[in-house]
Design a protein around this ligand. Sequence first.
Ligand code: GLA
Length: 755
Amino acid sequence: MQISCRDGEFHLSSGGMSYIFALDGRGAPRHIHFGAALSPDSSYRHLLRLVERPFSIGSMESAGWECPTIGRGDFRIPALEIEAADGSGVLDLLYAGHRVIEGKPPIPGLPATYAETEDEALTLELCLRDAVSGLELYINYSIFEGTSLLVRSSRVCNRGRGALSLNSAMSAVLELPDPDYELGTLSGAWARERHFVRRRLAPGLQGISSRRGASGHQHNPFLLLSRPGATETEGECIGVSLVYSGCFTAEVEVHSHGTCRARIGIDPADFRWQLGPGQEFATPEAVLVYSARGLGELSETYNSFYRSNLALGYWRDRHRPVLFNSWEAAYFDFTENDLVGMAEGAAALGAELFVLDDGWFGLRDDDSSSLGDWACNLSKLPGGLAGLARALGGLGLGFGLWVEPEMVSQKSQLFEAHPDWVIGVPGRPRSEGRNQLVLDLSRPEVVDHLYGVFHGILSSASISYLKWDMNRHISEAYSAALPPGRQGEFFHRYMLGLYALLGRLVEAFPELLIESCSGGGGRFDPGLLPFASQAWTSDDSDAIERLSIQAGTSLVYPLSSMGAHVSAVPNHQLGRSASLDTRGAVAFFGVLGYELDPRKLSEEDRRGVAAQIAFYKEHRQLFQFGRFLRLRSTWEGDGNEAAWMVVSEDRREAVVASFRILGRPNPASLRLGLRGLDPGLLYRVSPLPAEGSLSSAALIAGAGSPDVVQRENAGLRRGDELEVIGLLLSGEGAFDPPAGDFSSRLFLLEAVFGH
Ligand code: GLA
């Protein structure tokens, strides 16, 4: 890791990555390179091609910029746009100084990645100044030891005499010399979030955004630029991810000169920030990852960086409890006896935490009322939250509670008392979503109220976990507390309010485990990770749909952040019935939970669930914190196969799962090459279910006799054979067991000592 600054040329290098820019003759910082590492001892200034092209304004569009602005002849998407007191928008940002800082400074009020020790990171702070307006821009570039990534954010300071309006302030721009990339995004909808989709870059503008007041189910604040044909192990890839949970844009512009500019940050569409003299504005940060070796390396960089340098606090490295959640088991319809009955069943199966979902407060028997009235419904729970917590404690279970603090129902006492606390334009009707309205978290008094309420709840009973939900997006975005000229600040102020609220609660209850949620995975983004160590990945608990959702999510986010539950069949979202084995095998790759009523399980399934939980606990370090590898993904080939694997840091232990969506008669021979093993080690391969480890329904039905796939793979295999030749999945002709649709295989690999 090194930052060198010589003769106006800056070179940041760490891991296998270099980031280089240089000041031109006027002192404007021009981008040179982001990608594979180059020697920090050479100069690359000669790569700046400051030529004037036909019908261009000087060299404005012939080279990249560190902070492109509008109005002086660069007509591409800018990083920074202002309106000065005189109504003009032109900026000319020139070098005004720099310093190199050990470690990485925090961003006040915003979630950010961090270095645990000062020698883990280096930060270059570059100061640029516009002489006419007095605007100063500080760009922070941080690099981390041994890691091929760069974290970037900006601070805009008004040092002039007049007020400025900040009309767009990106977290990062990235200039690339050619457009030969595919643009990959994590896109979808409710119940099918973060499917990985790729398209070839084309001339002009392309990208994704959210104007919803949340990152949303539709697109994740992330984009991937990968060389065409890049695979899990080959091809250059660049990731751009935003540490933010609100409205965002992530765009790429392919210019007619054959260059390409990406930018990511707060969506400028609804953004205007008034900056009085002496005031500052800090952008969220962006994390740019470079991989020379495909998607797999890119994901591993993001996964481990977000797990260790963004997730924060008590739960960051701790084993997460196996939970049972009441939602799909009972929805709104339960009594205390029901809950205790379910909890007894869950405890007997090995659960560690029981989560009471929606329906426990106010008069909430459906989704039409009571959000905002966070008092326990004593007709459902006569012993109150404390009574239920005690009962669960007696069963050896922690108590988790669902809450949706940002929302209010029109049918609620809170709404009656404080109608002005609700987001909306005075004089216009407010649109409802799921019968609810959104509280104005841009107002400090609303944040204080919510802090008081939830501090009270968390103090009133032994609650170890919160599921923090957010079940609609923001319409009629307007705060009664902001003057008309500042309404463009509303969305970001809302996010600052939310982060402040979460920060205060986490500080008051440092051992509280928070799982963020927004109709499933509608706010599964880096911005919430420092507060909520895990997120509910999707309301869709169908194992087959989850193959795409969890794999897409894993492009950026670590397994320790993904709530993954086994639910009842037929599945409530899709009506599909996958076997308990397959449901378990998918949910193992994340933070395992169950979303069903244990009292309704058959005896056979009860044994199966107990065995799953025991197996998961035994390998929990691997499943939650191991190195995750996608061996096959539903976005490849005909989409019928998927295979995942987790490997321990020392490469001595691994679990491999393979999935086949539709069964095929007389299937083609199929082998699965593994990755991440030590080629010289000898591994004991145990195809599961194996006696004593995982007693599945299939094994019981088959009276315990291993099938041909189990027999063929069981035994001692060297790491090199497992990687080069692989495991046999099918192709034994007549002896292939007919597994039906939605089938799965699990293999446990343990290095044999002494080899
Ligand atoms: C959202 C969540 C669900 C559940 C319901 C309760 O949809 O994603 O898991 O908590 O709310 O209303």
